[in-house]
Design a protein around this ligand. Structure first.
Ligand code: ZN
Ligand code: ZN
Length: 265
């Protein structure tokens, strides 16, 4: 079985729906034999309204998040490479302000985890089942617009949208999307949490189309508890899933896109 040495998708208690101490995530990653552990908690987002999110840390927690992880990064540097990132949404109305906000913190990388269409306040939640091809199309547009910024290192669960129409309709929308994704050269994530939890993602027909286009996958543990990092079986299941769809799994991810594209604000 192909060994996965790095995981870039790790949450902390700050998002409000993950558990455990930051240190325990690092300890377990060391025990599991990871050489790199990237934290990417649900990023605080900037809103143009007084919206208060229930699924992510608050802006005011960013300092504590980066302080704690910088401390662990230094403390464990001989045992594991700790990287500090965020799983962010692309909300076009406020992305510029968001970029300005995170620039003050030692955040090295972003993964694109699009859970809402358009906006969080009044947008559509991607988990909500829909047969509407136009919503699926819109979801794809949101992701591509996010990738246009250049700053995202990879796309977390690109198949998150819970489309419950026919496979034929799904493929009609997703095949051109997958083709476009190829132009960006960023890996797409096969999400361990979705797989072991038997959610609607990862979705086989998506990954079969990705394979046709030669797109590459990364495996994301999507740890919401320290124990998730010990789930070698779950990671292996993701690798098997990838291979059964004909998708190549890669392990190196360009973490410097946020720095390189900082002028694209
Ligand atoms: Zn989460
Ligand atoms: Zn996540």
């Amino acid at each position: 079985m192909q060994k996965i040495p790095a995981n870039y998708h790790t949450h902390t208690f700050r998002c409000g729906h993950a558990a455990g101490e930051d240190r325990d995530y690092v300890e377990n990653a060391v025990s599991a034999g990871f050489s790199t552990l990237g934290f990417s908690d649900h990023s605080p987002m900037v809103y143009k309204t007084d919206h208060v999110s229930r699924v992510r840390m608050k802006l005011s927690q960013t300092q504590d998040y980066t302080d704690s992880l910088m401390q662990l990064k230094a403390e464990y540097r001989d045992r594991i490479d700790v990287q500090i990132g965020l799983e962010a949404e692309f909300f076009p109305d406020s992305f510029r302000e968001y970029r300005a906000f995170i620039a003050d913190y030692p955040i090295r990388y972003l993964i694109l985890g699009q859970h809402f269409l358009w906006r969080e306040e009044d947008g559509i939640f991607a988990f909500r089942p829909t047969e509407d091809e136009q919503l699926l199309t819109q979801y794809c547009k949101n992701i591509l617009a996010g990738l246009d910024t250049g700053v995202f290192s990879y796309v977390a669960h690109p198949d998150l949208m819970n489309f419950v129409g026919s496979d034929r309709a799904y493929a009609r929308v997703m095949r051109p999307f997958v083709r476009e994704l190829k132009n960006y050269g960023v890996p797409l994530e096969i999400n361990r949490l979705g797989l072991i939890d038997e959610r609607h993602y990862p979705r086989r027909i998506f990954w079969e189309m990705a394979a046709e286009q030669g797109l590459k996958a990364v495996i994301g543990v999507d740890a919401h508890a320290p124990a998730a990092l010990l789930d070698e079986e779950g990671v292996d299941a993701c690798v098997r899933f990838a291979h059964s769809c004909g998708v190549e799994v890669v392990t190196d991810v360009d973490l410097d896109r946020l720095t390189k594209y900082s002028s694209n604000v």
